[in-house]
Design a protein around this ligand. Sequence first.
Ligand SMILES: Nc1nc2c(ncn2[C@@H]2O[C@H](COP(=O)(O)OP(=O)(O)O)[C@@H](O)[C@H]2O)c(=O)[nH]1
Ligand SMILES: [Mg+2]
Length: 324
Amino acid sequence: MNGEAKKLTPNNWPAIAKLISTAENHPDVFAKIADEIHKKAEASKAPVLGITGTGGAGKSSMVDQLIRRFILDQPTKTIGVISVDPSKRKTGGALLGDRIRMNSIRGERVYMRSLATRQSNLALSKHVKEAVDVLKAAGFDLIILETSGIGQSDTEILDHSDVSLYIMTPEFGAATQLEKIDMLDFADVVAINKFDKRGALDAVRDVKKQYKRNHQLWDADDDTLPVVGTIASQFNDPGTNNLYVRLMETIKKKTGVDFHSTFHAHDEMSEKVWIIPPAKSSYLSEISENNRRYDARGEAGGHRGQAVWVVSGGADLRRPDLLE
Ligand SMILES: Nc1nc2c(ncn2[C@@H]2O[C@H](COP(=O)(O)OP(=O)(O)O)[C@@H](O)[C@H]2O)c(=O)[nH]1
Ligand SMILES: [Mg+2]
C-alpha cells in the first residue's frame, strides 16, 4: 500500500482498484487500513442501489441504461458500480461480457469493477462490503451493486444496499412459481424486463397480484405498485424511464438523498414501442440462444482473450483491474 486510502477520489481509479484488489487478495494488508476506509465510508451519504435477479434477466443491460439516464440527469454526479456474478465463476471471459453490455461506463464519471468470485460465499459477502466501502470512501455520489446472488440467498443483497431492485422476466412459468421468489417480499422495486416477450402483460398482472398479497395491499391501485415493465435492450425505453424515476423517488424516500431528478414518469408503457411483435420474439431468442452458444465457445479462451482485447485498445487502460 502506498497511501491509497488517503488519495481516494472518484477519479483516482488506480487507487480504487488497488484497494479493492488488496481487500480481495491480501486481507492482512487491507486490515491495516480497513478502519480508515470504514470511517470515510461512514461519512458518505451515497445511496447504494442493489440490483439482483436471475442470470440473463437483463441486469447488466439495465445497469447500463440506468447509468445512462443518471449521467444525463445529473451533470456533475459520479457513479461507482460493483458487479458480482457467482454464476460466472468458471469463465473469466464472461466478466468481459458484462462490460461489453455496459456502454455507458466509458464516461469519466463512472467507475465499474467486477468482483472475482473464487472465494466462499462468506468471503464474497465480506468482499462486497469492502468494495462498497471503498467506493463510498472515494466519494461517489451513487453506488450500484449488481449481482445474481451473494451468499446463500438472493435476499442477501439487502444487507449491502439501501434501495433494492429485483429484475425478472415474464418467463417465470405459472403464477404459483411467484410464491418462491423471496425478493418479491423484500425488493423496493420490481422490474419485469424483456417486456417485448410474449405474455409480458399477463406477467406484470400476476406479479402485481403477488406483490399485493405479500404486502397485504389488497386495496391498492395497480398503477401505484412498484412493479414496472421494461425493455432494457431498447434505446430510450419508456418503461425504463419510469423505472428510473421510480428509483430516484425511492432513494429519496428511503435515504433522504434528493438528486433533484428532472426525469418525469409517463403513463405509456413499453408495449407501445414494440418494434418486434411478440409472436416473433421466440424467433429472436432462437437467434440469441445460438449466439450465446457461440459466445460460450469463444469465452473458453478466458482471461487470455480478455487481456488481448484490453491491450488492443478496446478498453480503458486506466483500469488495471481489467488486467488481473
Ligand atoms: N428481448 C430482450 N432482450 C433483452 C432485454 N434486456 C436484456 N436483453 C438481452 O438479454 C441478454 C442478457 O442480458 P444481461 O444484461 O447480460 O443479463 P444479466 O445476466 O441479468 O446481467 C442479453 O443478450 C441482452 O441483450 C429486453 O428487455 N428484451
Ligand atoms: Mg450481468
